[in-house]
Design a protein around this ligand. Structure first.
Ligand SMILES: NC(=O)c1ccc[n+]([C@@H]2O[C@H](COP(=O)([O-])OP(=O)(O)OC[C@H]3O[C@@H](n4cnc5c(N)ncnc54)[C@H](O)[C@@H]3O)[C@@H](O)[C@H]2O)c1
Length: 280
């Protein structure tokens, strides 16, 4: 997709963070928007900021984990806007938990949003993107889709899954030559609400001697490397260049190289770092 002027973009998780900054940057470039989130208040704020930039904006309260709701939203977007060119499967949540004790409920919750939400968005929008003749699927994984770290096993599982799914999807779209492409996004630490809104399993409280809120604050501080505005610019540039993946921020670029250099030998380093910075 060479540029976004007069295109239509759908964004999940548009009430906050990178979903919001993507919406505003796309609006500045003349791209019409279909925005969704479960947080209606934040969604309305993003929508009014984007509409003030002169593009058509529609909103819907949609839980990305619900395939039927995602399909209805995709169909409605195509009907109301006349077409859809890009979907940003951006919505995501975080969970601090140990693999041994995490509840099935919490594990299924995070996989439902972070992984199945991406699959739902891809399958719901792909027929419309193909019909438009020029389309792009932008799936958000993470730096934690490239390396794993203690207490993030469920998040790692969801984001490694997004990576595998999107890399296969991109190759299938290349084979189809259908005018639709895909990019996998791997942000490093980005200043957003994700750590503040993260769920913390009771096992974290136990491991930190009742200081899980201190661990959360430390984690929030770690995610301070890049602004959400800069992240949106880096993501849109990658879509314009039809890149297969984008590493957002210097931390993501550096750690990706380190993991490729060290192979699985990176793990003692992340164990040490997690103990020092979060659990210590
Ligand atoms: N912030 C970071 O450091 C970072 C790093 C790597 C990857 N990511 C990923 O980037 C994406 C965007 O996160 P962010 O950092 O902007 O966080 P954020 O918390 O600011 O925004 C996430 C949005 O997703 C929405 N959301 C949560 N559950 C939902 C559901 N079931 N259905 C629909 N919407 C839902 C939230 O309401 C929120 O508006 C996520 O996929 C996240 O995992 C973030």
């Amino acid at each position: 997709m060479k540029d976004f002027r007069n295109k239509v973009a759908a964004i999940t998780g548009a009430a906050s963070g990178m979903g919001r900054t993507l919406a505003l940057e796309l609006a500045r470039r003349g791209c019409h928007l279909s925005l969704s989130d479960v947080n209606e208040r934040g969604l309305a704020e993003t929508a009014s900021m984007a509409a003030a930039l002169g593009v058509k904006v529609t909103t819907a309260k949609v839980n990305v984990a619900d395939f039927e709701a995602m399909t209805a939203w995709a169909d409605d977007t195509a009907r109301t806007h006349g077409k859809v060119n890009v979907v940003f499967n951006n919505a995501g949540v975080a969970l601090g938990a140990f693999c041994e004790s995490v509840s099935r409920k919490d594990f299924e919750w995070i996989m439902g949003i972070n992984f199945w939400g991406v699959v739902n968005g891809t399958q719901a929008f792909l027929p419309h993107l193909k019909r438009a003749g020029e389309g792009h699927i932008v799936n958000t994984s993470s730096l934690f889709g490239l390396l794993a770290t203690p207490t993030q096993g469920t998040y790692n599982a969801s984001k490694f899954a997004v990576r595998g799914y999107t890399e296969a999807l991109r190759q299938e779209l290349d084979m189809m030559k259908c005018g639709v492409s895909a990019t996998c996004v791997h942000p490093g630490g980005i200043r957003t609400n994700i750590a503040r809104d993260a769920k913390m399993d009771a096992s974290i409280d136990k491991a930190t001697g009742g200081k899980s809120e201190v661990a959360r604050a430390k984690f929030d501080k770690l995610l301070n490397a890049t602004s959400a505005e800069s992240a949106a610019l880096q993501i849109l540039k990658a879509v314009e260049r039809n890149e297969r993946r984008v590493l957002v921020g210097m931390d993501a670029k550096f750690l990706d190289k380190l993991v490729r250099l060290l192979g699985s030998a990176y793990q003692p380093l992340t164990t040490f770092f997690a103990k020092k910075s979060m659990l210590g």
